[in-house]
Ligand binder design. Sequence first.
Ligand SMILES: [Zn+2]
Length: 201
Amino acid sequence: MSSAYTESLNKLIEEFGKLPGIGPKTAERLAFYILKAQPAEAMGLADAIRNLKERVKRCKICYNLAEQDVCQICSDDRRDKSIICVVEQPKDVISLEKTGACKWVYHVLGGHIAPLEGIEPGDLTIEQLVERVRRGGVKELIMATNPNMAGDGTSLYISSLLRTSEVKITRLARGLPTGGTIEYASGKMLTDAIIGRQVLE
Ligand SMILES: [Zn+2]
């Protein structure tokens, strides 16, 4: 960072440089772009960031992203609340919803269990999911964690917690590439996986 730049410019370069995939050169280029931009455009960006951080929160039922206490999917009366599709991330909800094959509601875990990375069950919304099932009215849990070791392990852990409950636990069919992620699966592949879901043993 050059001392020839003003304090504000240096600060913006520093902030851009913290973003994933942005090196020092790009950070500098972005900062200069903002400097030259029309005030309305630059302020629009600042407002979008502020609004995102102030308004977007977690749905208190499914932990998906929401701007109200309850997300749009959970508050949709046409959804079948007796089927909960369990995913790792909000991005997975978006991928599954794009297939148009989903009439159920979700539960977003917030990741997967990975003891080596220090991610324990208590760091995810697993307890909240078990509580949701125990409250009743849930017939099926569709485990749609990523088809890799961590995702499978997380699904098995959850199914072990619910072994004594009446709920049927299925998982997406294995048309999905093993070791892959839900986020990058094609719509057709996901639709097949949804239709061919199997009981999780
Ligand atoms: Zn919700």
